[in-house]
Ligand binder design. Sequence first.
Ligand code: C5P
Length: 220
Amino acid sequence: LADGPLKGKHVVVTSGPTHEPIDPVRYIANRSSGAQGTAIAEALAALGAAVTFVTGPADAARPRGVHVIEVETARQMLEAVEGALPADAAIFAAAVADWRVTQAADKKIKKDASGVMPMLDFAENPDILARVSQMKEGRPALVVGFAAETNDVVDNATAKRTRKGCDWIVANDVSPETGIMGGSENAIVLISSEGAEDWPRMGKVEVARKLAARIAEALA
Ligand code: C5P
């Protein structure tokens, strides 16, 4: 472990998409690459933190110098996060699927010869960020969520912070014209009890370093 202001601190980071199975060969997912979560895990480790990195099936290379736990579904992610606690801080950068298919088929769903379409029933996934934020016992001292918004970024993210009960929301504007989704840059507004702080547009690695430095200050 590196020497630094986070030495002796344990931080849990979630990252990547989750996959929710439909049947053994099909799933529901989203476009998260895992790039921002990976960069955050590496930046925290560089400051000396012991990092548990819980990731869904992400394209991004796994971060180095951290403990990686690979999961597939939202429910597995929740279980891995709960198993990784206690932690001094928890950073929820994963793009968790809001819904899962209630009963994934155990055999591949076949096309119906008479053209009848399959019907999928959905159930809501657990909100991992909200659960950890609202823990009565053993809550990490600092809980950070993300909010990808396309409009009214500050208002939506501020409401999200209150609703989930986390300490900070790292909000970003992912409207198509920003080119942020799938890109290497990010434009962040950090929402805390103090209000909203605009960060200049910068690379995702720079965002990660700045956020890790702020986390180190907050835990000092
Ligand atoms: O509600 P929304 O999905 O916009 O909130 C995003 C934040 O909540 C992110 O930090 C994400 O990692 C977290 N989240 C979660 N579990 C869910 C849904 C979102 O941890 N089921």
